[in-house]
Design a protein around this ligand. Structure first.
Ligand SMILES: CC(C)(COP(=O)(O)OP(=O)(O)OC[C@H]1O[C@@H](n2cnc3c(N)ncnc32)[C@H](O)[C@@H]1OP(=O)(O)O)[C@@H](O)C(=O)NCCC(=O)NCCS
Length: 429
């Protein structure tokens, strides 16, 4: 029997099959040959929520959840967060290599010169209700860009694809900032091409009447690092949405809008907001032990703790904790940090959390930083979306170039009624 194969005996028929094992997986389609008779469709796998199914081969992001490792294109997240800018990391995700100085200069130039929105897009945004949620505005406006750039349909043209990638990375901060300004009732601010990507985002968020916005460098760097930490996380819910929607060859604006919609849910992009609510509810360090006891009694979960993949530590959480200190040097300390640190200290010594491998995740500290920067909670998922946009686009491009990929179309197990007779409405009881 060749190595790297799996032998399966079907006890229904006593037949034996051998299927190849490659990269620790078997191909689900290899199971289709396993049948009880000629009218049997063939064996399928049942995997709600993709708990044990690889949906693609990818060379973008590597995660080892047991060891707490996250790498983009082979580079550890710790190094990228320390040494790179967000646009450098975006380039790495997109093209597979870190850029040379010349490549970076031209990449930054191109993105900077695509930050402006068409004036009709600005008018479109002005039409939202005064209290519109920034994430709803963000998602809808990204989708609306599909109407502004009909060339985006040419998904098989490398030149057009690159054009849309540059446009999207350039425009997401502008849309995010406008959705924030709309929500707080301030006039929109146009991009300033003299500034870096993140400084310009801050300009569009916070410029008031001063002739030229000057960004605090520590805050700009902290935001840039937060974008890097969120830039990709392999096949998470929103990336899966991106791949699934764009597998129909929908244009990237519609696909990114779908991915951002998936991100909007509280189980994905909204957990850091829940952490803030939890810390507010705890109120002071002295209340932490009693709160932890309630968690252990199963009354509720400790928000920002635990992860489906990371079972040792979330490497992003460590970096964020350091960034928090740098931000507080500028903004003053967010009083919630003391409660968070105490919560982490007690939980990490407690058997309940240790045996279940529950550690702080990326959301545990990010909300505290955003709040210290004076962001309202509503905009947290929009900030996440700015960071994740290059990741979505890199995954989109990789999917389009993967010859094995086709339109995403899972199977189902039908559980409804079998064939029945139609009953006219007057005879229905
Ligand atoms: C992230 C999360 C959804 C992962 O869930 P999961 O991998 O499916 O883990 P499970 O829900 O199977 O939990 C395993 C065990 O740990 C416990 N657990 C998981 N997360 C917990 C938390 N945050 N607080 C307390 N207990 C927790 C569960 O109760 C379960 O205990 P049991 O075996 O006694 O029943 C989960 O840890 C969670 O809800 N965390 C809080 C929300 C959060 O921070 N989300 C952001 C993720 S980046």
């Amino acid at each position: 029997m060749p190595e790297n194969t799996l032998t399966i005996t079907d006890n229904r028929t006593n037949k034996t099959y051998t299927v190849p094992v490659e990269n620790g997986t078997i191909r689900a389609m290899d199971l289709r040959q396993i049948k009880t008779g000629s009218d049997d469709f063939g064996l399928m796998t049942y995997d709600p929520a993709f708990m044990n199914t690889a949906s693609c081969k990818s060379a973008i992001t590597y995660i080892d959840g047991d060891k707490g490792i996250l790498r983009y294109r082979g580079y550890p997240i710790e190094v990228l967060a320390e040494r790179c800018t967000f646009l450098e990391v975006a380039y790495l995700l997109m093209f597979g290599e870190l850029p040379t100085e010349k490549e970076l200069k031209s990449w930054v130039y191109d993105i900077t010169h695509h930050t402006m929105l068409h004036e009709t897009t600005k008018k479109f945004m002005e039409g939202f209700r005064y209290s519109a949620h920034p994430m709803s505005m963000f998602v809808s406006t990204i989708a609306a860009l599909s109407s502004v750039y009909p060339d985006a349909k040419l998904v098989h043209s490398p030149v057009d694809r690159t054009h849309q990638i540059v446009r999207l990375i350039g425009k997401v901060p502008s849309i995010a900032a406008m959705s924030y300004r709309h929500n707080v009732g301030f006039p929109y601010v146009y991009p300033d091409n003299d500034l870096s990507y993140t400084e310009n985002f801050m300009n569009m968020l916070w410029k008031m009447v001063e002739p030229k916005y000057v960004a605090n460098p520590a805050i700009a760097r902290a935001l840039d690092i937060l974008f890097i930490l969120h830039a990709d996380h392999e096949q998470n819910c929103s990336t899966n949405a991106m791949r699934s929607v764009s597998s129909s060859q929908a244009d990237p604006y519609l696909s990114v809008a779908s991915a951002a919609s998936a991100l909007a849910g509280p189980l994905h992009g909204g957990a850091n907001e829940e952490v803030l609510k939890m810390l507010d509810e705890i109120g002071s360090k002295d209340h932490v032990p009693a709160y932890i006891e309630r968690v252990k009694r199963g009354e509720f979960r400790l928000m920002g703790f635990g992860h489906r993949v990371y079972k040792n530590h979330d490497p992003r959480a460590k970096i964020i904790k350091r960034v928090a200190d740098e931000v507080f040097d500028v903004t003053g300390k967010n009083p919630l940090i003391d409660i968070a640190v105490e919560l982490e200290r007690i939980a990490l010594q407690d058997d309940y959390f240790v045996t279940r491998k529950l550690y702080p995740n990326v959301d545990f500290y990010s909300g505290i930083i955003y709040e210290a920067m004076k962001f309202p909670m509503d905009i947290f998922p929009v900030l996440f979306a700015i960071g994740r946009t290059p990741g979505w686009l890199a995954q989109w491009q990789e999917m389009l170039l993967d010859k094995e990929q086709r339109i995403a179309r899972p199977r189902q197990i039908y559980f409804g009624p079998s064939k029945r007779d139609y009953v006219p409405i007057e005879k229905r009881s």
